[in-house]
Write a protein that binds this ligand. Sequence first.
Ligand SMILES: [Zn+2]
Length: 507
Amino acid sequence: MAETPDNSVLLARILETLGQIQGDNKVFAASIDAMNGRLNALADVKKLKDAVKVDTPLRPVTPASKPVDAPFSPTTDIKDEDSAASKRPATSRIILTTYPGQSGIDPIIMNWGHEDPMQRGPVVVSRAGSTVRRRNAIGAHGGSYSIYHALAVAINELKVDHKPDFTNTEPAVSLGPFPQWSDPKKIVAMDPLGHLAPWLYKDYIGKEDVEIRPTIAITKAHMKLPELEQSMKEGRLKVDGKICLNESGELAVTKFAVEPVWYLPGVAERFGIDEGTLRRSLFENTGGSYPELITRGDIKLFLPPIGGLTVYCFGDPAKMSDPNVKLALRVHDECNGSDVFGSDICTCRPYLIFGIEEAVKEAQRGGSGVVVYFRKEGRALGEVTKYLVYNARKRGIDRASDYFMRTENIAGVKDMRFQALMPDVLHWLGITKIDRMLSMSNMKHDAIVSQGIPIHERIPIPEELIPADSRVEIDAKIHAGYFTTGKVMTMEELSAVQGRAWDDVDH
Ligand SMILES: [Zn+2]
């Protein structure tokens, strides 16, 4: 039976409309490409002019439709650009941003939290020629050091197409995998497969020429600290030949260096905000450095330009995840002035050393001792803010009661460490409980416990290790909620706790 004429007309119309929609989509995509090209062209003209003006060598920016490999020197006339094309090794076309579905955009699979590494996919962030369209992450490797990488390329110290040789760089000890690695709620701020990436995904590197780098490295080392040498002499620390090696207090340690990799939906959730708000704030507050935070909603990973962390593990690393042995843990945030240079205005180095000594002792008793060191200088406000606060404290009366207010007056907040992401590394290490927490911080405690890792005992810094001038800091912190087994001062008592003035320091 033949179809009724009405139906075939209708069908023809539907097909025609579909065709038009497809056509419109192509035009739309082409317009976006063209806009990109025009932006490049505008930037091109401006930068070329600027370069001539300030006599600065600069790679030219050319329209998307006309990629040119051309070096630019201030003496080169703009018209001569093409004639110089053959001398420039890297492409000079700048891709300002990309869009999902744009022609050539083909991100490598990324199912964050999938337990099968092949289904999960590698973290791909490089903008190298063969990788730029395959990226599934925004940002750059190396955290804050990505800028030095940029400098090295800019001055031709580093070839932009350098291929790392990872021979013999494999982790010095094996770790996991743990069930936490495939829980997208538990690990959102680092890549749980980051130490294995070049080996797990060697086919992508070898067959598809995709650049994949590890974001974690694991090594073994010896370390020596003058305070622990003293502990040996005074009999607090004993030689066992395995963890504490000799009479000079030399320690055997396994170290894990971790660079941040953020799974944006998970990070946003951890802070109780929506992903869009997080992306917008990251974009705006990095000077608009990462436009793909806005244009590539399909890319969920971001390698932020911030410091990472280091895990110092004493004893057998396999014991960190063993629920049948005790674990002592210190989570320490960087304080370069005290940690390295011995400033006595705070308790940072004394507490760090105490943490290491207790970690070593726990390992010697057959358990595990771990110190995690985060690059979050000066409560993640940085040293400039920190020194401004020191000045304000020492020029006024350095009272414990004013301690946090001084920071808040300058920075607007008293602390930007926001410990919400900190427990990820504990999940990654397979830690399921902490027997002895060598920290008084209520923020660290609450973050860890809210991630489902119980803390059985909290150990404050012993009184005798607190330098006189750091009473202001420690008493203010205890008053603000830091854990203590001692007394919490009243506000009145707190105002009586005063630090040294500059005059005392000078003499
Ligand atoms: Zn400090």
